[in-house]
Design a protein around this ligand. Structure first.
Ligand code: 56B
Length: 323
């Protein structure tokens, strides 16, 4: 069995957390109150997702997940938004809409050689909208890196990497981290490595959702993936009173103060998020929903996070290319 280090490392840190606490009593009531909204498979069929049923969609999803991070503006700056067919989209949906529009207008996003030599001007055009997407320079570097590595190691086509994974989402995620530096979402704390691999794991989950478990989305170990440690899940888990922050951290977050990427507080928030999802999954299983996976719980929480009720207090702010 392929060793997947994410959850074990998160549990190790959670057991010695100083800034973040898990309130076990709130887990069951969260499932009781909101569990009915959990879906088996998140539908890919949204207006902002590209879908043509072919391998091109898999290549498009790879570009999406190279860029799938950190959409919120600096205080005082306007939210980055993209218009498509008369609707304005922000955040993740804005990114997907921008990439769908560009691809359908003929920008060869799925061509690794194009990505390798992408210019800042090209990317500004692709991501044009209201406001500016943060970390534009880093996004350019990550796309160029992705193109270069695909050309050097995978004959210019991410489909060869997907085939190499032989139906294992864990192997796919681990190889993405090995080959593509921008996916190396792990941190050293007290001499140990704590892994999250959020964009690497969400790539497998997005393929699985888009292709409904078939073809490029056919993975036999989806139940071994963890949740995706982003900034929305902790926000929802805090409103559900499952995650609790030490007072000084809570104040920083409520003041929208920036946390340094890789600081102890940030790593504890992300690690406790993964552990909390496992506790929620166990609660679903205790209620007889035995097929619920961490990815299902993740999507359930992320969807709750789109409701105003779960946006009462801000999510933690960390400028990062990882989530
Ligand atoms: N944990 C988790 N994090 C997720 C997603 C998704 C979208 N997944 C969809 C794709 C296929 C399925 O249909 C899923 O519904 C984006 N993100 C993260 O959220 C943040 C963006 O938030 P906002 O600024 O409000 O758009 C940012 O860190 C982004 O990386 C998820 O599913 N789980």
């Amino acid at each position: 069995m392929f060793e997947f280090p994410v959850l074990g490392s998160a549990a190790w840190l959670a057991a010695r957390a100083k800034f973040v606490f898990l309130n076990h009593d709130a887990v069951d009531s969260a499932v009781e109150t909101w569990g009915h909204l959990v879906q088996k498979v998140p539908s890919w069929k949204q207006p902002f997702h590209y879908w043509d049923g072919t391998e091109e969609t898999a290549r498009w999803i790879f570009v999406l997940d190279v860029l799938n991070h950190c959409f919120w503006p600096d205080p005082g700056d306007p939210l980055w938004e993209v218009e498509m067919d008369g609707t304005w989209y922000s955040g993740y949906c804005g990114l997907a809409a921008a990439l769908k529009k560009a691809y359908e207008e003929g920008t060869p996003l799925t061509n690794a050689r194009y990505l390798q030599s992408l210019t800042l001007k090209d990317l500004e055009g692709i991501l044009a909208g209201r406001g500016r997407i943060p970390l534009l320079r880093a996004r350019l570097d990550n796309l160029r890196e992705a193109g270069r590595v695909l050309v050097e190691k995978w004959r210019g086509d991410v489909m060869h990497l997907i085939a190499w994974a032989q139906g294992s989402a864990c192997r796919l995620a681990a190889r993405l981290v090995e080959d593509f530096p921008s996916f190396r979402d792990h941190f050293f704390v007290d001499g140990q490595t704590v892994y999250f691999w959020k964009r690497a794991q969400i790539f497998a989950a997005d393929l699985h959702a888009a292709f409904e478990g078939q073809g490029p989305g056919r993975f036999l170990d989806m139940d071994r993936l963890t949740a995706f440690a982003d900034y929305k899940l902790p926000q929802v888990l805090r409103e559900l009173e499952i995650l609790q922050y030490r007072d000084d951290l809570a104040q920083q977050i409520d003041d929208q103060a920036l946390l340094a990427s890789g600081c102890r507080e940030e790593i504890e928030i992300r690690a406790m998020t993964l552990v909390a999802v496992e506790k929620l999954k166990d609660a679903f299983h205790r209620r007889g929903h035995r097929r619920i996976t961490s990815v299902h719980v993740d999507h359930w929480l992320w969807s709750l996070g789109q409701l105003d009720l779960f946006r009462r207090r801000p999510y933690h702010r960390c400028r990062t290319i990882f989530y």
